[in-house]
Design a protein around this ligand. Structure first.
Ligand SMILES: Cc1ncc(COP(=O)(O)O)c(C=O)c1O
Length: 393
């Protein structure tokens, strides 16, 4: 969507926003406002029918027995691990393997539970955890692997399943960025023992505020997560566990129900844009996103970069002179972002890791740039983004 105007020497250039949330939400009207009004009029704002219905619909969409609506994506991951500790499956100090280049939330969920994150380098061609660097990090204290379907691309791989089976590990998926993505005939979020989802406003399916969910096939885990998220209580004023207050509210659930119906169509539009970016780039210094690990079922049917195992939450390119490229984009009226500028092991919050070296992770953080992509982005804007990139020398 074009917004504002950039004054250049020669002309007024229309700005292309990185993500136009208002335009996205406008595209769901009038259903969105009607859904919100329905909740306001009901007089019931928490733990009601909208959440119940969304949980059923989202579990059906992802392909799991259970979905538990929670307050945000970080809480979804925190609650899964807290539930495993409550169930005696994990103990303080146990190790969880996690990609070194993930968004900080995956790691916060681990340390918040006094578990130990073991960082593993990603594969430079997919930005997802390198499955072949995991086994060397497995110790007697390893209890789980948290895979992160980063930027919207499936991170699951047969080697990860082999390790999960061999070492009897819990496989937790961080599906905050990959709603709707497939691995074979299954959707991400249904591949492991449990999965955390974020409905932060800018996600492929987003709330008007915060929201999240846990999906799982495990009856006990679902019950414990649901109970912990509600003060550790199933019956009012009776507390089974020292819990939290982490609930998806009725308004957000009603919003998500409207948006879920269009998620596959919206993801398809993202694929079209990604495909255009990939096939029209002629700047050979730009490193386009690649997709090496095609889901087995779709292997022969889909073009590599257009596989359903990517839902293009972000379209991330790399360039050795990333900052100069970003300035060039900005000068030409195109807003870009960096996901992410500082890796977790270089954050002040994790001072004890600051001297560690993760070369691939650090290279990714130095070189990546995210281009505008969204289901409401017009074709003219998509064409313009490619023209400006191709112009960069
Ligand atoms: C990979 C990843 N994990 C977890 C989260 C946390 O989600 P939330 O912001 O809803 O807490 C995010 C959100 O940005 C994310 O991108």
């Amino acid at each position: 969507m074009r917004q504002n105007f950039l004054k250049s020497k020669h002309a007024l250039i229309a700005m292309i926003k990185f993500l136009d949330l208002k335009a996205i939400n406008d595209s769901f009207e009038p259903e969105l406002s009607q859904a919100i009004k329905r909740v306001i009029d009901s007089g019931w704002y928490l733990l009601g029918n909208e959440v119940k219905a969304f949980e059923q619909e989202y579990a059906g969409f992802i392909g799991t027995k259970h979905c538990i609506g929670v307050a945000n994506g970080l809480d979804a991951l925190r609650l899964i691990l807290k539930a495993y500790i409550t169930m005696g499956e994990m103990n303080e100090g146990d190790e969880i393997i996690v990609p070194a280049n993930t968004y900080i939330a995956s790691i916060l969920a681990i340390t918040d539970n006094r578990l130990k994150p073991i960082l593993v380098e990603p594969d430079l061609s997919t930005y997802n955890i390198d499955p072949f660097k995991i086994e060397e990090k497995i110790s007697e204290r390893t209890k789980g692997i948290m895979i992160v379907h980063l930027y919207g691309q499936n991170a699951m791989h047969p080697e990860i399943q082999r390790l999960v089976d061999k070492y009897h590990l819990k496989l937790v998926e961080d599906n905050a960025q990959a709603h709707g993505c497939f691995y074979g005939i299954k959707r991400t979020g249904s591949l492991g023992h449990a999965s955390g989802h974020s409905f932060y406003p800018g996600k492929n399916i987003g709330c008007i505020g915060d929201g999240g969910a846990v999906t799982t096939d495990d009856n006990e885990l679902a019950d414990v997560v649901r109970t912990i998220a509600n003060y550790g209580s199933k019956i009012k004023y009776q507390n089974l566990y020292p819990g939290l207050n982490s609930r998806l509210d009725e308004i957000q659930a009603a919003v998500l129900r409207v948006k879920l119906k269009r998620l596959d169509t919206d993801n398809q539009r993202r694929r079209e844009i990604a495909n255009y970016y990939c096939t029209h780039n002629n700047n050979d210094k730009i490193i386009l996103p690649t997709h090496n690990w095609l889901s087995p079922i779709f292997d022969s049917q889909f073009v590599i970069r257009n596989s359903p195992s990517h839902v293009w939450h972000l379209f991330v390119i790399r360039h050795p002179e990333r900052d100069r490229l970003q300035k060039h984009m900005e000068d030409n009226g195109i807003q870009t972002l960096i996901h992410y500028p500082v890796p977790p092991h270089k954050q002040r919050a994790y001072k004890e890791w600051n001297s560690l070296i993760y070369l691939i992770t650090e290279q990714i953080h130095r070189e990546v740039l995210s281009l505008p992509i969204s289901p409401v982005m017009g074709t003219g804007d998509v064409v313009r983004v490619v023209e400006v990139i191709n112009d960069f020398r």
